[in-house]
Design a protein around this ligand. Structure first.
Ligand code: PHE
Length: 454
């Protein structure tokens, strides 16, 4: 991909980038602790159902509109607003870009944690101490400046990649590393499933106990689906705009959703046997992945090497996701202002860094800033993903479904060469008009009710 409105060099290149944006810390870091927070199986069931009926239709819409209009979300929405004579909908697109900026900032903090563990595993090998990395979460949590520093390094790396327009190179990296990552995840998952606690973990993950759900579980599932599929930020509109004409966005959306969901479930199967075997890990701890994985690796033969390989892959996955977020900000900023690509990159990077300071200091300087038992990082995550993101995604969904003539929706979705698209069209149409907005709305309302019933 380049700064021109170009297309991905190959069909495969698009997949790699879209999968690179979707699969990231959301799957490995966020999914397990949100499942832990919501009691396991029933939540996983909600998550999988919403991936199908909310995430997938919305992902298809974003990709298709990007592909057919060849523009980023702000321009797509300003065209829509003119055509449908509804000026206010441009605000929805603006909010999506702001969301990307906020997400990029706190995503940078977690990516910094990944960098930290990667370094700790390397030091562990150097010191010939396999337990070294498993003790380092505390060091990280007690050092706010280190977290700010690591987040800055991550933002700088992302900025360099975006500015140099080396996404082509990154495509290849992500491309080569993704199968390796999948393989590593599978190996570790099977090892973890051989622990005695595996049965308990399988039961926890797949046996739905609906009494564990709370008023906010539904919106947490919706929010996580949107986040993990990178929907509601405008990212997939931008990626769609770089897609080849002959690619079928609905099939692409389906593949991305399937792979992304499988990776999340794999992460759950890796983490929970370890977590349930240890008595002192809080299941809803945002640092769950970083608590569990280094301990598990420390007990494995060759664990440090696995650790390095895993954290390199995880870092590349985090980079792929950050590139998506950064790209959406830069492409929209460039389309809307007269800024050059490099000025837009520096401006976005600077604001993201400033915004990253508070979450990076949430376990140190801002330790006492709490909302309902949540620190700054957790609260920011909850506000972004359980409130703002579903509201913006609802706006995007409704605008696509109701501000566009049905004939255009058909033109976008149907592929004369794919008979299956004719069968699936009514489901997609029904989902974006009724099902997805209905579910998001009900989930938001339940969350509001939950606020008053404590
Ligand atoms: N989907 C990414 C993940 O799961 C996060 C992300 C959100 C990336 C939005 C780009 C845009 O980690």
């Amino acid at each position: 991909m380049s700064s021109r409105r170009n297309v991905w060099s190959t069909k495969f290149g698009f997949y790699l980038a879209a999968i690179g944006s979707a699969c990231g810390l959301g799957n490995l870091w966020r999914f397990p602790y949100v499942v832990g927070e919501n009691g396991g199986g029933a939540f996983v069931l909600l998550y999988m159902s919403f991936a199908l009926v909310v995430g997938l239709p919305l992902l298809i819409s974003e990709l298709s509109f990007g592909q057919s209009r060849k523009k980023s979300i702000l321009s797509v929405f300003s065209d829509l607003s003119k055509k449908a004579n509804k000026k206010h909908i441009v605000w929805i697109a603006r909010s999506a870009v702001w969301l990307s900026l906020i997400a990029l900032s706190y995503y940078a903090v977690i990516s910094g944690w990944v960098l930290h563990f990667l370094m700790q595993f390397m030091v562990g090998i150097y010191k010939k101490d396999p337990l070294y990395a498993s003790h380092s979460l505390r060091t990280l949590m007690e050092n706010g400046l280190l977290q700010v520093g690591l987040a800055s390094v991550h933002l700088l790396v992302t900025l360099i990649v975006i500015m140099k327009g080396v996404q082509e190179g990154i495509e290849k990296w992500v491309g080569y590393l993704m199968p390796v990552f999948g393989l590593l995840l599978a190996i570790l998952m099977f090892k973890s499933l051989s622990l005695p606690s595996a049965t308990e973990a399988l039961r926890f993950l797949f046996y739905p106990n609906f009494s564990e759900l709370t008023y906010s579980s539904m919106i947490q599932a919706v929010g996580h689906v949107l986040f993990t599929l990178s929907v509601g930020f405008g990212v997939m509109v931008t990626y769609g705009s770089y897609m080849n004409e002959d690619q079928h966005a609905p099939s692409a959306g389906f593949r991305v959703t399937t792979i992304d969901t499988m990776i999340s479930l794999g992460a759950g199967l890796l983490i929970f046997p370890v977590v349930l075997a240890a008595s002192n890990i809080r299941l809803s701890d945002p640092a769950l992945l970083f608590e569990a994985l280094p301990r598990f690796l420390a007990e494995m033969s060759g664990g440090s090497i696995f650790g390095i390989a895993f954290f390199v892959c995880l870092y590349v996955a985090a980079l792929g996701a950050s590139i998506g977020l950064f790209e959406v900000i830069v492409s929209n900023l460039k389309e809307q202002t007269k800024l050059s690509r490099s000025s837009a990159c520096w401006a976005a990077g600077f604001v993201a860094l400033v915004l990253a300071i508070a979450p990076a200091l949430s376990s140190t300087a801002f330790e006492h800033v709490q909302w309902g038992g949540r620190g700054v990082l957790e609260a920011l995550d909850a506000i972004l993903i359980n409130w703002l993101l579903p509201i913006v995604a609802l706006g995007i969904c409704v605008s696509f479904a109701y501000c566009v003539k049905e004939q255009e929706l058909k033109d976008i979705f149907l592929d004369p060469e794919k008979q299956v698209s004719v069968i699936l069209y009514p489901y997609w149409y029904f989902s974006i008009r009724y099902l997805a907005p209905g579910i998001i709305f009900v989930a938001l309302m339940l969350q509001v009710i939950g606020l008053f019933s404590v």
